[in-house]
Write a protein that binds this ligand. Sequence first.
Ligand SMILES: Nc1ncnc2c1ncn2[C@@H]1O[C@H](COP(=O)(O)OP(=O)(O)OP(=O)(O)O)[C@@H](O)[C@H]1O
Ligand SMILES: [Mg+2]
Length: 181
Amino acid sequence: MSVSDQGATVWLTGLPSAGKTTIAYALAERLRAEGHRVEVLDGDEIREFLSAGLGFSREDRHTNVQRIGFVAELLASNGVKALVPVIAPFADSREAVAKRHAAAGTPYLEVHVATPVEVCSERDVKGLYAKQAAGEISGLTGVDDPYEAPEAPDLRIESHHRTVHQSAAELYALLDQRGLV
Ligand SMILES: Nc1ncnc2c1ncn2[C@@H]1O[C@H](COP(=O)(O)OP(=O)(O)OP(=O)(O)O)[C@@H](O)[C@H]1O
Ligand SMILES: [Mg+2]
């Protein structure tokens, strides 16, 4: 098996607008250019299909993360780099996904895109922080819904101190260190 056939799941957890999707696609582009098979399991698309009907209660968020983790592991165990830019606010949900990977012997990396909420709410790509502030929505992760930051991620990216290119390069370096690229 060549290194380009080595699958792995890379989960990017962090607040809304932290930069998870942006960094994941930047990494995906580089990996694809090098001949790796890559899938990006993005939160929004997944919610439209695989997790249609689930809401944002603790239980539904947990179910959403387990479903995504299940698919990511299937892909990763078949030679795909599965990049998962999904908030995954609860430590126990992430732990369950990590354990599923460990049980199957599939590499799993947890990456915290650790952008402070002040910066995220400035970026506010989807206008959610503004809507929450205006009282139009509630249950926004990191504002009026919990976000349990990972205590010991494989990598913490301070996206507010990096360009997108630098963040993707840090992530690539981690994969390289672990013998995954
Ligand atoms: N240094 C940076 N690193 C990453 N993103 C940045 C940076 N500076 C500005 N941005 C911008 O911040 C936004 C981050 O949005 P993105 O959709 O990637 O966040 P997300 O974490 O996927 O959020 P969500 O959980 O809502 O999907 C993008 O518009 C991106 O261009
Ligand atoms: Mg996103």
